[in-house]
Design a protein around this ligand. Sequence first.
Ligand code: ADP
Length: 304
Amino acid sequence: MLPTVLLISFLLFSLRRDPTGAGRPGRGIGGLFGFRETTAKVLKDKIDVKFKDVAGCEEAKLEIMEFVNFLKNPKQYQDLGAKIPKGAILTGPPGTGKTLLAKATAGEANVPFITVNGSEFLEMFVGVGPARVRDLFVMARKNAPCILFIDEIDAVGRKRGPGSFGVQSEQESTLNQLLVEMDGFNTASNVVVLAGTNRPDILDPALLRPGRFDRQIYIGPPDIKGRASIFKVHLRPLKLLANLDKDALAKKMATLTPGFSGADIANVCNEAALIAARHLSDAISPKHFEQAIERVIGGLEKKT
Ligand code: ADP
């Protein structure tokens, strides 16, 4: 008897508790089980990341800027009979600045920005994923015009396949709900959905068709010019030797770091500062940067 009694009392307790304390009225079961509500965050205040902090990916920036323009002046497009695109997917290797670009879009656009991570839809309980997707879009429609950013969309957008059981079927119903919300009877007006992923190859084709994510924006590893400008961004807050020319240093470092992504470059700049601090210097010198590049490529120096 004891386990049964414990189980029942736990259930009663969880019914009473309302974990988020939100207690939003009129949501039926959703109000009782707070975990069915979306975990997305709405950013309305000023975000301090701007387009000038994202260096290099100029083409991607132009495309994203267009989405901001769609939301700000929809009339300009609708007068010509154009429909506002529903969304774009940002793809590219890790650390090339997809999340950063989305954040900068939020900083530039004067519209609410809702951000959520793909993995937040996956829970232990059946039915939570689709419920959260539904709640997310209700929230987005309430805040329209707005931008909705789903990071790491491959967590929910994986290709559907045969053999659906357990976790997979839960993930499929979450994906189905997402497909319906993006292009179904509930068409969201004036909500632009951006998504980021490193794995566009495993995404479900239905997600990528026009009408859902109309555009794919590829952000590749930066070229030499891009790297120099990323270095400039990350050198800005550092305390360098007084007579050091930042532009020349950025150019030189860009030639030394082929194949580095934006995140690697940020790491090099930080390592240089750490090395300078370790040597008790008052300012960072080019030698520290060289050591930092070696550290990032080859690991810690072996004294033996
Ligand atoms: P991901 O593409 O994996 O989402 P992020 O956007 O999270 O990568 O980038 C990680 C970090 O790398 C950023 O916080 C930023 O410091 C740096 N970074 C990447 N790309 C750029 C860029 N184009 N300009 C400036 N910093 C960048």
